[in-house]
Design a protein around this ligand. Structure first.
Ligand SMILES: Nc1ncnc2c1ncn2[C@@H]1O[C@H](COP(=O)(O)OP(=O)(O)OP(=O)(O)O)[C@@H](O)[C@H]1O
Length: 457
């Protein structure tokens, strides 16, 4: 990532005129000064401002209607702002609305040429890249059919294939990937990572926490047109989720606390630094410095999670774990109100927020039928630590059926953290140690005794 600003958004506001009745729009045009307001202004974006640097991958998250698409459209120049500005440097390839930029009567092939030309390629350049575009889209003979006969997935395949093959400086994607099938999504994801590694600036809207955390350098949280937070993906996604599940009566207080957090420091980033595992291993199996700074508690609804611990099988609290050993993740749930069909869960994530392992106490069919107000449940998840040495965060949650839908009665994100101790000679890589026994044989070589040479076992 360089220090060159590629996208600069300054004091961006966008209002839409909302007419109570359709004919008021016409009346407004003919009688703008009729002495009455024909419309009211709806503020889709309010004072949005940020810089994105060359090579950064940034996600925009937010609830439906929060202004994400409006922002992307203004950045891509397909919508004009009411005030403020959005400047972009370089060639922008955009995947906005499905089919935008495609002529429905043209074939896929013709649209590749049309789109490529709009994006600034010469005919010779498009010809040169056509086979790669067709191969990536992988829609077979449909490439020579009019695109109006395409399924939405085929549309996305072709649009994506064009967008990534025109060597854009900036790639803007509005949830287009969600339409493709899983295999195609994986292919796109890998390609995006490749483009990111080659310095393409990527701005995309996503509701997938995994994609945001895995792919992005930063994320922006939009809420009712306001830029509520801009920061590390993990920080922004956790606030977005909290806002998403907040009961309406607490949402405003939550917004205020997010604004305050943003004005201060970023706890999630502090947590990541604290979690870098610098505490002295010789302290043994419990490191008092391993306290998560990013704990988030959802608004409780009739139950409270307390006494969260990681224990050895003999019941000793620990937070520095050894790979291969068994532990118990335990907590208590106190019920302030009667609850029905109750079950509890756990989730382990890495520092980047990637969800690595989880468990629930029961499927819905076997959930605890009812718990009375005043009662408590003791929850224990025994597990074998198969994670490679690093630092991890734990969630705890209790769900019940409320008015026919499964609802969190209490949920704590990043309620505990632990570190898995490094061990000499361990060969496992990535996140999970599957106890793989690697074996390497030198083919065609024999030892002096005439046997095959086994190098590693
Ligand atoms: N042309 C328009 N006229 C009036 N209101 C509009 C117009 N376009 C968008 N809006 C409103 O602006 C708000 C933001 O819309 P936008 O599509 O940007 O949201 P979004 O965050 O992309 O939503 P989603 O996640 O559902 O795609 C919404 O309330 C929407 O109804």
């Amino acid at each position: 990532m360089s220090s060159e600003i590629v996208i600069r958004v300054e004091n961006l506001c966008k209002s839409f005129a909302i007419y109570e009745r359709p004919h008021h729009r016409l009346l407004h045009q003919f009688f703008p000064n009729a002495g009455r307001a024909w419309h009211r202004d709806f503020h889709a974006l309010r004072d949005v401002h940020f810089d994105i640097y060359r090579g950064e991958t940034v996600a925009i998250v937010g609830r439906n209607g929060s202004g994400k698409s409006t922002l992307l459209q203004i950045i891509c120049g397909t919508l004009t702002p009411t005030s403020g500005r959005a400047d972009v440097r370089g060639r922008v390839a955009a995947l906005l609305e499905l089919g935008a930029g495609f002529n429905p009567d043209f074939t896929g092939r013709e649209n590749v040429y049309l789109n490529g030309t709009v994006l600034g390629l010469t005919r010779a350049e498009i010809e040169q890249r056509f086979d790669e575009i067709a191969a990536f889209a992988d829609i077979g003979e449909f490439i020579d059919q009019p695109v109006k006969s395409y399924s939405s997935g085929m549309f996305v395949r072709l649009a994506f294939a064009v967008a990534i093959n025109v060597s854009p400086d900036v790639l803007v994607i509005d949830e287009a990937l969600a339409v493709g099938d899983e295999a195609f999504q994986r292919k796109c994801f890998a390609r995006l990572q490749q483009m990111r590694d080659h310095g393409t600036t990527i701005l995309f809207v996503s509701h997938s926490a995994g994609a945001v955390i895995e792919l992005c350098d930063r994320a922006i949280l939009l809420d009712r047109g306001e830029q509520l937070a801009l920061g590390s993906p993990r920080f922004v996604v956790s606030r977005y989720h909290k806002l998403l599940y907040a009961p309406p009566e607490t949402a405003d207080a939550l917004r205020a606390s997010i604004r305050q957090e943003v004005q201060g420091s970023e706890p999630a980033q502090q947590a990541a630094r604290a979690a870098a595992g610098e505490a002295d291993e010789r302290e043994g199996d419990f490191d008092p410095a391993l306290v998560p700074q990013s704990t988030l508690r959802y608004e409780p609804r009739g139950a409270q999670i307390t006494d969260v611990h990681i224990l050895t099988l003999s019941g000793r609290p620990v937070n520095v774990l050894r790979c291969g050993q068994k532990y118990v993740y335990a907590y208590r749930v106190q019920f302030d109100a009667d609850a029905y069909r109750v079950r509890c869960g756990m989730l382990i994530k890495n520092i980047a927020g990637l969800e690595l392992a989880g468990a629930i106490t029961a499927n819905w069919d076997d959930a605890v039928e009812s718990v009375r107000a005043g009662e408590s449940l003791e929850v224990r998840f025994e597990f074998r630590c198969l994670l490679i040495p690093s630092t991890y965060f734990l969630n705890a949650g209790v769900q019940a059926q409320v008015d026919g839908t499964e609802t969190y009665l209490d949920r704590h994100v990043d309620v505990a953290m632990f570190r898995v101790m490094p061990e000499a000679g361990r060969l496992a890589t990535a996140w999970v140690d599957l106890d793989v026994r690697p074996e390497l044989r030198r083919i065609g070589a024999t030892s002096t005794s005439g046997e095959e040479v086994r190098i590693n076992r």
